[in-house]
Design a protein around this ligand. Structure first.
Ligand code: DX5
Ligand code: ZN
Length: 216
């Protein structure tokens, strides 16, 4: 069964703890935390302080998506704050192997993220070392953007790469996921679906999560 990871980017930050508990009660599998620095992406969001503050609020894994330059500088801080998974963009990591192992050495699961225009070839020589590959289906920076369909063949390609390895590597998809596009992602081989506006934009979060998960 596909996992659903609501992105708190679309939550009401004035009551973030309750917003997280609401999706946990609604059947979420991970809490997706979007970290943006105003450099790699044109938006600024949250840092390790907030991760630390929400850590005691939920038993779910905190799936931290770093959209920041120089992630190596901040990985230890996010690990200490309570991240369970830390994912870095290949576009920000000239020494990707070092960065992935920095995450793992901190005792955290490691993910690599590809922007829509970044070829899957860029993770061929690191995929055996990671726990998760995250394929962006929007250009990162904001919630509520339109799903880029051209990424679907990349999901299939990564699925093939993972199938050749005897490892438990999850394929996650992020951006513009709703009940309709979720079906396409699941068909292509996604294991985890991030959804921001499609969950937090609805009043009944349980229903929203179920409609994404059971979209086929
Ligand atoms: C985009 C973020 C996403 C975003 C998804 O930069 O990485 O996680 O919150 O939001 P929706 O689901 O609304 O596209
Ligand atoms: Zn994200």
């Amino acid at each position: 069964m596909v996992k659903v990871a609501p992105s708190i980017l679309s939550a009401d930050f004035a009551k973030l703890g309750d917003e997280i508990k609401d999706v946990e009660a609604g059947g979420a599998d991970y809490i997706h935390v979007d970290v943006m620095d105003g450099h790699f992406v044109p938006n600024i969001t949250i840092g390790p302080l907030i991760v630390n503050a929400v850590r005691p609020v939920t038993d779910l894994p905190l799936d931290v998506h770093l959209m920041i330059e120089n992630p190596d500088q901040y990985i230890p801080l996010f690990a200490k704050a309570g991240a369970d998974i830390i994912s870095v963009h290949v576009e920000t990591c000239p020494h990707l192997h070092r960065t992935v192992h920095l995450i793992k050495d901190a005792g955290v699961k490691a993910g690599v993220v590809l922007n829509p225009a970044t070829p899957v070839e860029s993770v061929r020589h690191i995929i055996q070392d990671v726990d998760l590959v995250l394929l962006m289906t929007v250009n990162p920076g904001f919630g509520g953007q339109t799903f880029i369909h051209e990424v679907l063949p990349k999901i299939r390609k990564v699925k093939e790469m993972v199938a050749k390895l005897d490892k438990d590597i999850e394929i996650e998809v992020d951006g513009g996921v709703n009940a309709e596009t979720a079906e396409l992602c699941i068909e292509a081989g996604a294991d985890v679906l991030v959804a921001g506006s499609a969950v937090y934009g609805k009043t009944d979060r349980q229903k929203a999560i179920e409609s994404i998960r059971s979209s086929r």
